[in-house]
Ligand binder design. Structure first.
Ligand SMILES: *Cc1c(COP(=O)(O)O)cnc(C)c1O
Length: 429
């Protein structure tokens, strides 16, 4: 920890709750103090004391091209001279909407918002408005932003009715949210058998990034699709993390399973604040002013944010990095797996494209029940040891590592070497 970083974070704690503007940054799960960053270049972060790190967070997902990609910077410079916000339609909004609709197979119409949270909040409102039903099904360990009615823990009884997972969320707000087990086809079928005519929609991460990387099984995703169709419920894929990440068309393109609504964010804004939700025209046309479901935003479709989004999605279309990402990420996953195996540390690696997690659990992680039993103490030691060696990992066992197009083969090798040294220290003697 550099002295300038320590000083700044000490001051930050007097100014902001916990010294941060989002809890994921606070190193709470690994103990100790977060590092204050100064700038980022390509695949590297540089802190306020001048130390450099290989960055596997990529701003928690958006920076698939790496930091400061020249096309994105150029687009931002051009946009900023034209005005920062108009509160009126712009051509750039058409362009970003077209890039999304062309890439994401199930999206016919889209609405731009300002964050992933806003996208999921709006999508479940739309599912309810469209169906005239109340209940939303979600899955334990899936994160959809800090929407009140989705901040829900599974009830303790066999009953699946959700209970508030945060002070400030009322029981009334969560009463219409059901929490089920991820990848559990029977559980989902039972919920539809018992409550099918009350279920407005099912929201899920098709590849979960928010309990570490846990892919939805094809059977599970297919069952969700079929059950929603049979019962007239809206299937929502929350692709805020997976959209333009696991494939250009997102997880739905990768698996060939189409939701009714899709939520997007992160990559779609190229590092600036954007979210989006879109889907079938007949559902989207329920949104105001085409329809009656209220949803609005002063800065929605903001010209600076859309410029970064357009530049990023254009690069991803015209010079797709996905094959390269697959290669570098696979090498990293194999390297981490071997390093842990050689040191006889119980673990599993799960990866989809450039999202991956080394779980300190011997079994393949399929749901939150297994994920929550990981050795988080060992994770904390691993995290700090890697950081000492210049590797900046997500500061929780339950967050995915992200590889960007800017990561070099040498950086992957250095990361694997750092893991080898680390695991030799912490494996059984
Ligand atoms: C990050 C994330 C969100 C929330 O997006 P914010 O922009 O942080 O509000 C929602 N869903 C998923 C799957 C995410 O990964």
């Amino acid at each position: 920890m550099g002295s300038k970083s320590h000083e700044l974070f000490t001051r930050a704690q007097q100014l902001m709750p916990g010294g941060v503007n989002s809890p994921a940054r606070a190193f709470g799960a690994v103990g100790g103090e977060p590092i204050v960053m100064e700038r980022a270049e390509g695949s590297r972060l540089i802190d306020v004391d001048g130390a450099e790190y290989i960055d596997y967070i990529g701003s928690w997902g958006p920076m698939i091209l790496g930091h400061g990609h020249p096309h994105v910077v150029e687009a931002l410079e051009a946009a900023i001279t034209k005005g920062t916000s108009f509160g009126a339609p712009t051509e750039a909004e058409n362009q970003l909407a077209e890039l999304i609709i062309d890439a994401v197979p199930s999206v016919e119409k889209v609405r731009l918002v300002n964050s992933g949270t806003e996208a999921t909040m709006s999508a479940i409102r739309l599912a309810r408005g469209h169906t005239g039903r109340d209940v939303i099904v979600k899955f334990a360990g899936n994160y959809h932003g800090h929407v009140d009615s989705l901040l829900v823990a599974a009830g303790s009884a066999a009953a699946t009715l959700g209970v508030p997972d945060s002070p400030g969320v009322t029981a009334g707000t969560t009463r219409d949210t059901m929490v089920l087990t991820y990848n559990d086809v029977d559980g989902l079928a039972r919920a539809f058998a018992d409550h099918g005519d009350a279920i407005a929609g099912v929201i899920l991460e098709p590849v979960v990034g928010n309990m570490g990387t846990v892919p939805g099984s094809p059977e599970f995703l297919r069952a969700a699709r079929e059950l929603c169709s049979q019962h007239g419920a809206v299937l929502i894929f929350d692709e805020v993390m997976t959209g333009f990440r696991v494939a250009h068309g997102g997880a739905q393109a990768l698996f060939g399973i189409m939701p009714d609504l899709t939520t997007l964010g992160k990559i779609v804004g190229g590092g600036l604040p954007i979210g989006a939700y879109g889907g079938k025209q007949e559902i989207m046309d329920n949104v105001l002013p085409a329809g009656k479901v209220f949803q609005a935003g002063t800065l929605s479709g903001n010209p600076i944010a859309t410029a970064a989004g357009i530049a990023t999605l254009t690069m991803l279309r015209d010079d797709p990095p996905y094959e390269r990402l697959e290669r570098t990420s696979a090498r990293l996953a194999v390297g981490l797996d071997e390093a842990a195996r050689t040191a006889r540390i119980p673990h599993t690696v799960r990866r989809v494209g450039s999202m991956l997690t080394l779980f300190f659990h011997p079994d393949p992680v399929e749901n939150w029940g297994t994920a929550s039993q990981c050795d988080t103490g060992l994770f904390a030691k691993y995290f700090w040891s890697m950081l000492e060696r210049g590797v900046y990992l997500p500061c929780s066992q339950y967050e995915a590592m992200f590889v960007s197009a800017a990561h070099t083969d040498d950086q992957i090798s250095d990361t694997i070497d750092a893991a080898r040294v680390t695991f030799t220290k912490y494996g059984p003697k």
